[in-house]
Design a protein around this ligand. Structure first.
Ligand SMILES: Cc1cc2nc3c(=O)[nH]c(=O)nc-3n(C[C@H](O)[C@H](O)[C@H](O)COP(=O)(O)O)c2cc1C
Ligand SMILES: [Fe+2]
Ligand SMILES: [Fe+2]
Length: 398
């Protein structure tokens, strides 16, 4: 396997995972990459991040086309999550277990916790590190998206190693932004931001402001993330897109998401979707039987309203709906309107439980939940349309 040259002394030496589809509960329909980078100077060789466990040989094989991997002097870990650190023990065993692994203070703790018996020589980085006659400068990016996360910057080349930031899950042979059109990467970058970075938009917004204020943004000529491709033609484009996404500004769109056992809740979802579309709202319809939670979450990201439907099963929400609610709750969406509906037979707790969850998540909930007993009839359409109307009115007020 070949390395890919980024500049005279910097190479991509990561791994391409064409087959992965479940990335910690998030659907990756186009696989992913685990990017690692090698800084090669005559007197010092530095590896930036590693790969997921199982891909160590792929990394070592790429490195060996440049230098003997045993010549690597030091490893920088910008992010302790397993997709970038899982390969550390195996790679360090190969190159020399005594070689320093440099991470943020929290990175040292988190790596020690995840690899307690690997014998890694973990060291906390200072503000900068000599990488062979020049400095790699560190910037902590705590909670973007883990406590250990940090950026590394090589000023001489304006090159930012941004770990998960500015990445996306896309396995392909291309390695650079100028090789893939924006209509291909745009939806994947959104999918990644919505599912991985949404809970941290406040921190990311502050970081972007700091980077602009420090004059660093103007110095960035290349961004090397840990997933997806290297931004060498236009790194400003993804920074500009992130500056918009951190605002979580909703557009005139409502997501109707539900599950059903015997089609009654489904019938309600279809009526609601058609009603909203008739109100000039982009209405996006998703049954959780055939839509993955993370695909629906991406649909929700730019939507003004999320309307959730469930039948009642043994006094509870339908399990897939409970799963979806737990997931969107974890994403901490801001500026959302919520609505609840569902069919039941006797006790009818389902839609009420959804309504309580929506309030709990801080969504604006303009109307009571709509509950229908058994199969919806003509008379049930009035309350359903009233729910749709309240939500449409609130969306239009934005
Ligand atoms: C296994 C099972 C458990 C149920 N438990 C309840 C319940 O505890 N309370 C209730 O009101 N209805 C309960 N129902 C009735 C359903 O909520 C009712 O059939 C509803 O119309 C189903 O909506 P759906 O067609 O969207 O699945 C249950 C149905 C099934 C199949
Ligand atoms: Fe991560
Ligand atoms: Fe990652």
């Amino acid at each position: 396997m070949e390395p890919i040259k980024i500049s005279d002394n910097i190479f991509w030496v990561g791994a391409v995972d064409y087959d992965i589809r479940d990335f910690h509960g998030y659907l990756t329909p186009r696989g992913s990459t685990y990017n690692a980078y090698l800084i090669v100077k005559d007197n010092k060789i530095t590896l930036i991040d590693t790969v997921k466990h199982g891909f160590e040989d792929e990394l070592l094989s790429r490195v060996s086309k440049i230098v003997d991997p045993k010549r690597i002097d030091q490893v920088v870990s910008n992010h302790a999550e397993m997709d970038h650190s899982g390969g550390l023990p195996g790679i360090l065993r190969h190159i020399g277990i005594e070689k320093p692994v440099l991470a943020s203070t929290m990175g040292v703790k988190n790596l020690a916790g995840q690899f307690p018996s690997a014998g890694l020589n973990l060291q906390a980085v200072g503000p900068k590190l000599d990488v062979g006659g020049e400095d790699l400068v560190f910037m902590e990016t705590r909670m973007i998206h883990w406590p250990d996360s940090m950026f590394s910057f090589l000023p001489s080349q304006g090159l930012l190693f941004s770990q998960d930031g500015f990445g996306m899950h896309l396995a392909c042979p291309e390695r650079f932004d100028d090789e893939i059109p924006e209509d291909v990467w745009g939806p994947l970058a959104l999918n990644y931001f919505a599912n991985i970075l949404t809970p941290y938009t406040v921190q990311i917004g502050k970081l972007l402001e700091k980077v602009a204020a420090d004059g660093l943004a103007a110095q960035i000529r290349t961004i090397c993330p840990d997933h997806g491709f290297v931004w060498r033609r236009n790194p400003g484009r993804i920074i500009e897109i992130y500056a918009k996404w951190v605002q979580q500004k909703p557009r005139r769109k409502a997501v109707v998401v539900f599950d059903t056992m015997w089609h009654s809740t489904e019938y309600m979802a279809r009526e609601l979707t058609d009603f909203l579309a008739g109100q000039d709202i982009e209405a996006s319809y998703h049954c959780l039987k055939n839509r993955h939670r993370s695909e629906v979450a991406t649909e929700c990201f730019e939507a003004a309203a999320i309307i959730i439907g469930t039948p009642t099963i043994n006094n509870q929400l339908f399990p897939s709906v409970a799963d979806f609610i737990a997931y969107v709750k974890s994403l901490k969406f801001k500026n959302k309107i919520g609505g609840a509906f569902g069919s039941h037979g006797w006790s009818g707790e389902g839609a009420k439980l959804v309504q309580a969850e929506l309030r709990n998540m801080g969504y604006s909930v303009p109307a009571d939940e709509v509950r229908v007993q058994w199969v919806p009839q003509e008379k049930d359409l009035g309350p359903l349309k009233a729910l749709g109307q309240s939500i449409a009115d609130e969306i239009k007020r934005l």
